[in-house]
Design a protein around this ligand. Structure first.
Ligand SMILES: Cc1cc2nc3c(=O)[nH]c(=O)nc-3n(C[C@H](O)[C@H](O)[C@H](O)COP(=O)(O)O)c2cc1C
Length: 200
């Protein structure tokens, strides 16, 4: 039985446009994978805390010597890594907020990027420790950014996933969502068609 991890990073949880597009894909995936398991990580409903010095020290500390508080901090990160590591497929709803990724998603990344667990440094540079798997990213934006230097999200997320070992990444964009009903409709229709192609 395959497991799909669905990450919501919209302020509006599963009602966000990025989550709705991701949800369309997940429905199709379930059709193709009867009995498949969907694990939802809703970063609006259950935000991962900002990374602090104390938390980061807990990650670095020798597991045998962690204080009870450090054990708790490390376990929170371990749980997110385990959730990602055990997913066969990952789906990320990615809204653009103030020209970047949601801060909730950045906090998740800060807890998943762990030396010795998801990457390691070698003489030849960093090596990702997670096995590759498909990641489908549904990016919702008020304006138009795809393929321009102002798209700060796509390269960043790709770079992060590559860093931890994941290279099989596909984006579906829904852009111009704040630029009038007609453009919004066209963009959502095009995204739905892209999802059909992806799921086929
Ligand atoms: C707080 C906030 C900031 C936003 N900033 C941007 C922005 O910088 N660029 C843009 O194109 N759209 C921006 N938008 C529009 C969103 O990208 C758009 O509404 C998208 O559908 C959000 O995805 P969601 O519905 O999944 O949350 C912003 C929306 C909100 C609520």
């Amino acid at each position: 039985m395959k497991t799909l991890l669905q990450i919501h990073s919209s302020l509006f949880s599963e009602q966000g446009q990025s989550s709705l597009l991701a949800g369309q894909f997940v429905e199709r995936w379930l059709d193709a994978n009867p009995g498949g398991k969907v694990v939802t990580r809703d970063l609006a409903a259950n935000p991962v805390p900002h990374l602090t010095g104390e938390r980061f020290q807990a990650f670095l500390a020798d597991p045998e010597e962690r204080t009870p508080q450090q054990v708790k901090y490390a376990a929170e990160s371990d749980r997110l890594i385990e959730e990602l590591g055990s997913a066969d497929v990952v789906v990320i709803g990615l809204p653009m907020y103030n020209f970047g990724i949601p801060s909730t998603l950045k906090a998740w990344i800060d807890h998943v990027a762990r030396a010795g667990k998801t990457f390691k440094y070698t003489e030849k540079g960093p090596v990702g420790l997670l096995s590759d798997r498909p990641v489908h990213i549904f990016a919702a934006r008020g304006g138009y950014y795809e393929g321009t230097p102002r798209d700060t999200q796509s390269a960043y997320i790709t770079h992060f996933l590559n860093f931890i070992g994941i290279r099989d990444i596909e984006f579906v964009y829904a852009e111009g969502l704040a630029m009038g009903d007609e453009q919004r409709r066209q963009s959502l229709d095009a995204a739905a068609e892209a999802i059909d192609r992806l799921a086929a």
